[in-house]
Design a protein around this ligand. Structure first.
Ligand code: ADP
Ligand code: ADP
Ligand code: ZN
Length: 215
């Protein structure tokens, strides 16, 4: 089973992806995570990617499609969760071709609906475990013990350079101009399912389970 989680920055894609990995042994393919890894690689490509990401703009289709292609060819679990990919129509077409080439189907595209006003609070409160990548929030998803990761016990946390109110405005603009047309694209293909992303984390997870259990 292969699914896309579609939604603006802060919609909860990463949080729900990690739950699906734990529950179903699926493989999360987050182009944001892959690009952040490239950023720290010290290569020329890494520097260029860092500048674009910090401004809140999209990285070129060629780069992200190349990253996805590489991961799909590697050994993987029971299906893919595409998290933050595709983000343009060209990426969506490329993904369709890649899946066909691997003899795979796209089982659902889950749109996580949230309103823009909620996203500022989601993004500015986000922090991540620097060791295992678990995602937390100052108000809505704090660690059980302050300063200690629930998953791995690490004391080291990071905040993203692009998780500022300013960069978020640019990221939202990119979302509306380039990514939101995918909602119509997948609706027309008969693959679109929408869930209420404003519900609490457990309820969103339940709604996603319901969609996936139909397949
Ligand atoms: P995305 O990957 O779509 O950008 P994340 O999963 O990183 O979104 O979530 C953004 C922030 O909001 C994180 O700090 C996360 O802990 C928090 N969050 C995620 N889902 C919910 C939810 N349903 N309710 C409240 N906060 C949430
Ligand atoms: P969020 O969790 O807030 O939705 P991501 O971690 O998915 O953000 O992406 C962070 C940044 O990485 C984006 O603002 C963009 O610069 C870059 N990026 C991630 N995925 C893609 C993609 N599929 N196409 C182009 N740029 C991407
Ligand atoms: Zn951790």
């Amino acid at each position: 089973m292969n699914v896309i989680l579609l939604g603006p920055p802060g919609a909860g894609k990463g949080t729900q992806s990690k739950l699906l990995v734990d529950e179903r042994g699926m493989t999360q393919l987050s182009t944001g995570d892959m690009l952040r890894e490239a950023k720290t690689s010290g290569t020329e490509m890494g520097h260029r990617v860092a500048e674009v990401m910090n401004r809140g703009e999209l990285v070129t289709d060629e780069i992200v499609i190349g990253l996805i292609e590489e991961k799909m060819a590697a050994p993987h679990g029971a299906g893919f969760i595409f998290d933050g990919f595709p983000r343009t129509l060209a990426q969506a077409d490329a993904l369709g071709a890649l899946l066909a080439r691997h003899g795979e189907t796209l089982d659902a595209v889950i749109e996580m609906r949230v309103d823009d006003a909620a996203l500022v609070a989601r993004i500015t409160g986000r922090f991540t475990c620097g060791n295992c990548g678990a995602v937390y929030h100052d108000q809505t998803r704090p660690t059980a013990k302050p300063g200690v990761c629930d998953v791995c016990g690490s004391h080291h946390f990071t905040r993203r350079a692009d998780d500022t109110a300013d960069a978020l405005r640019q990221r939202l603009m990119e979302y509306y101009k380039k990514t939101s047309p995918l909602i119509g694209y997948y609706y027309a293909k008969g693959a679109l399912q929408s869930v209420d992303g404003l519900a609490d984390i457990d309820h969103v997870a339940q709604a996603i389970r319901k969609v996936l259990d139909k397949h």
